[in-house]
Every structure is written in C-alpha cells, then in structure tokens.
Design a binder for this molecule. Structure first.
Ligand SMILES: CC(C)(COP(=O)(O)OP(=O)(O)OC[C@H]1O[C@@H](n2cnc3c(N)ncnc32)[C@H](O)[C@@H]1OP(=O)(O)O)[C@@H](O)C(=O)NCCC(=O)NCCS
Length: 211
C-alpha cells in the first residue's frame, strides 16, 4: 500500500460535470488493459468523448448516479478525486433500460469491437435479470495509489445499501481486481463467458435482493 506524507481524509459525494475530466483520467489510469485501450485509445478525441458522455448522463439521465471519493487532505488541502463509480439506479415507473448505456461511439474508437463487447454484456445482463428492477454498477475505479484503503467499498456500498432499502438485486460485470470487492459486498459470481471473437473472459456478479 502506498504511504502518504499526509493522512488521507476520504469523503464520498456526487460527482458533477466539473469532475468529468478527473473521472476519465481515473478511468484510463485504472483500466490499462490492452483490450480496453483497443476499444478506447487514449487520444484527446476519445477522452473528450468520455467527458461528454459522462457530462451528458450527469445532467440528463436521472437513473445515472456518479459518485466520487475525494481525499480532502491531498494537494496541501486542495483535495483530489481518488475514485469514482457510476451506478444505474431504478427510476419509478420505468422498466430497466438495458439499451442505452453509451451514446454513439467516438469517431476514433474501435466501433465494431465496442458494439460486439458491450452488446454482448447487455445481452447477458438482460438474460440474468429479465425485466427485474436492479442497481447496476456500470463503472468503478480507485487510482492505484489509493487502493486497499476502502475507497471501492465506499462506492460499492452506496449502491448496495440502496438496493437493500429498495429490496432489489444489484449487478456488475467484474474485472479480475473487482471480484474480491464484490464478494465482500454480497455479490455472487455467475457463469463466466467469453466475448465472441475475442480471448477475453467476463464474469458477472449478481447480488440477491434481501430476503
Ligand atoms: C477494484 C477496485 C475498484 C477496488 O478498489 P479499492 O479502493 O482498492 O477497494 P477497497 O479498498 O474498498 O477494498 C475492499 C475489499 O475488497 C477486497 N480487495 C480489494 N482489492 C483487492 C485486491 N487487489 N486483492 C484482494 N482483495 C482485494 C478486500 O477484501 C478489501 O478489503 P480489505 O482491504 O479490508 O481486505 C480497484 O482495485 C480498481 O480500481 N481496480 C482497477 C479497475 C477495476 O478493476 N475496477 C473494477 C471494475 S469491475
């Protein structure tokens, strides 16, 4: 675990459009895998696409909840965002929306691969949940220097507490690093699957509704 010259003071808040660039920086720092970079090369146009997509969702989609954890003591007290999550939450009177996770793909992204990858994830989620309301953890990242300090748990716990309150399930497509966090928070692994045409295995986790 990284040691700091200050004692981190972690705070959970909703993120705002002003945080969009920090959030996409964290995404690129947390997800260095070649497969993901193949879909979303880290070039200005694609990072701008992330910023715009996240900003649009923050401003226009009541189901999309962006959370950030800030170390208030970092940068000589100026603060630094060290992790974020995007949850999709149930909205009264609306069926779960499996289709519109992302806007049209960025011009310079690998659109065919994005479509194949995220299209397959969407089909699997729909197969697991059918039309049942659920909390969906769409993104989660803690920058490496702050990992294993409870940041991920703060972000996951926000959604799982609400899922319990509402008596519904929660769902996530887990990375290898994410599995332990999800298991700790009561998620259970489903059967792994491979993305068609790719050597990339995915395990989704479902968290049952409370009895
Ligand atoms: C997954 C991730 C978000 C975890 O964030 P984090 O802030 O380190 O998580 P926490 O400190 O809250 O960890 C909570 C618990 O999860 C488990 N855990 C977390 N990281 C772990 C690891 N690398 N190995 C084993 N267990 C781990 C532990 O039980 C931990 O509790 P403990 O530290 O008290 O033992 C972070 O590793 C990350 O951003 N990874 C890269 C991006 C990614 O894979 N995101 C998930 C997408 S599905």
């Amino acid at each position: 675990m990284t040691s700091f010259s200050h004692e981190p003071e972690l705070k959970l808040d909703f993120a705002t459009p002003n945080d969009a660039r920090d959030i996409s920086d964290i995404w690129y720092e947390c997800f260095p895998e070649k497969f993901l970079k193949k879909m979303f090369p880290q070039i200005p146009a694609v990072q701008q696409w992330w910023d715009d997509a996240n900003t649009f969702d923050m401003l226009n989609r009541p189901a999309a909840k962006y959370l950030k954890v800030t170390d208030l003591a970092a940068n000589d007290g100026k603060g630094k965002i060290v992790g974020y999550a995007k949850w999709f939450v149930p909205v009264d009177g609306q069926k779960p929306d499996f289709e519109s996770r992302f806007p049209p793909w960025a011009q310079d992204s690998n659109k065919e691969l994005c479509e194949r990858f995220f299209g397959h994830l969407m089909l699997e989620r729909r197969k697991s949940l059918e039309e049942r309301q659920h909390y969906y953890l769409d993104m989660l990242g803690t920058i490496p220097a702050y990992q294993r300090r409870g940041v991920g748990s703060m972000l996951v716990g926000w959604g799982t507490n609400l899922a319990d309150r509402d008596g519904v399930e929660a769902y996530v497509e887990a990375s290898d690093q994410g599995r332990a966090v999800y298991a700790k928070h009561g998620f259970q692994p489903l059967e792994p699957f491979t993305i068609p045409g790719e050597d990339f295995q995915v395990t989704c986790f479902l968290r049952p509704a409370p009895k």
